[in-house]
Ligand binder design. Structure first.
Ligand SMILES: C[S@@+](CC[C@H](N)C(=O)[O-])C[C@H]1O[C@@H](n2cnc3c(N)ncnc32)[C@H](O)[C@@H]1O
Ligand SMILES: Nc1nc2[nH]cc(C(=O)O)c2c(=O)[nH]1
Ligand code: SF4
Ligand SMILES: [Mg+2]
Length: 222
C-alpha cells in the first residue's frame, strides 16, 4: 500500500489510555470531515503539488500540508533508520481510516511493535485484530450510521472532544444508540480552554468517565 505521510516523529502519547507511552507518530495526509475545532487542519487537503521526499517530511520544523508517499516497508525502514526506541506506533491524521491500514499494522506488528489508530468513525476501520482503536466519533458528520456503528463496535476506547454541554448530550445519545455504554470513555477538552476543561472534569466525575487533557500541549512537546 502507498500511504501519504504528513509527519513522522517520536514523542510521548498525550491522549487517551496510552497517555505517557513513548510512541512513534505516523500522521497521514487527507481528511474530508471538516471539524471546526480541528487542530490538524493542515492535513485536510491532498494536493499532488505538495508531494515531497520522506527525508523532507522528517526534517519538517512547522506544520505544512506537504506529504510523502511511502509503503509500509519503507515506513518500517524509516523508523529503524531514525533509531527511534519507542515500540508503540500511533497512526493518526488527517483521517487514517481513509486508508486500508492492515498492511501497515501487519508489517509493524511482525517487527515487534504495537499499533494504535486514532479515527473519527467516518470510514470503515480496516486494521489488524491486535490494533488498539481509538474512536473520536464525529457525530452527524460524513460517513453515515453503518460506518459509525462498525467503528464504535471495534473501538477499544472512545475519546470525545468537548467544549459545550451539547457535545456531552451528543455523546450520551450516541453511546445509547450503539449500546456502547460499557466502553471506556475519555472526555478531551477542546483546545485547553478553561471552560471546556471544567466541563470535562465535572462531566467525567458525574458519569465515571476518564479525562484526557492533551498532555503534549501543556508540556510543549509535539
Ligand atoms: C487530529 S485527530 C486525527 C485522527 C482522526 N481524524 C480523528 O478525528 O480521530 C486526533 C485527535 O485529536 C482530537 N482533536 C482534534 N482537534 C482537537 C482540539 N482542538 N482539541 C482537542 N482535541 C482535538 C480528535 O478528536 C482526535 O481524537
Ligand atoms: N504527543 C501527542 N499525542 C497525541 N495523541 C494524539 C495526537 C494526534 O494528533 O492525533 C497527538 C499528537 O499530535 N501528539
Ligand atoms: S476528523 Fe479528525 S482530522 Fe478530520 S477534521 Fe475532524 S478532528 Fe480533524
Ligand atoms: Mg495532535
Amino acid at each position: 500500500m502507498n500511504y501519504k505521510i504528513n509527519e513522522m516523529f517520536e514523542t510521548i502519547q498525550g491522549e487517551g489510555s496510552f497517555t505517557g507511552q513513548p510512541s512513534i507518530f505516523i500522521r497521514l495526509q487527507g481528511c474530508p470531515v471538516g471539524c471546526s475545532w480541528c487542530d490538524t487542519k493542515h492535513t485536510w487537503d491532498v494536493e499532488q503539488s505538495d508531494e515531497i521526499a520522506i527525508v523532507d517530511v522528517l526534517a519538517k520544523t512547522q506544520e505544512t500540508s506537504k506529504w510523502s508517499a511511502s509503503s509500509e516497508e519503507q515506513l518500517l525502514d524509516t523508523v529503524k533508520a531514525q533509531g527511534w526506541q519507542a515500540k508503540h506506533i500511533v497512526i493518526t491524521g488527517g483521517e487514517p481510516c481513509m486508508y486500508d491500514l492492515r498492511p501497515l499494522c501487519d508489517t509493524f506488528e511482525n517487527a515487534g511493535y504495537s499499533i494504535q489508530v486514532e479515527t473519527s468513525g467516518t470510514f470503515e476501520v480496516l486494521v489488524s485484530d491486535k490494533c488498539w482503536v481509538t474512536v473520536s466519533p464525529k457525530i452527524n458528520m460524513k460517513g453515515g450510521l453503518e460506518v459509525l456503528a462498525q467503528a464504535i463496535d471495534r473501538a477499544n476506547e472512545i475519546k470525545h472532544p468537548v467544549a459545550t454541554e451539547h457535545h456531552v448530550d451528543e455523546l450520551k445519545a450516541l453511546l445509547n444508540q450503539f449500546n456502547a455504554n460499557h466502553k471506556p470513555v475519555y472526555l478531551q477538552p477542546i483546545s485547553q480552554k478553561q471552560r471546556a476543561t471544567e466541563l470535562a472534569i465535572n462531566t467525567c466525575i458525574a458519569n465515571n468517565w476518564r479525562l484526557s487533557i492533551q498532555v503534549h500541549k501543556y508540556i510543549g512537546i509535539e
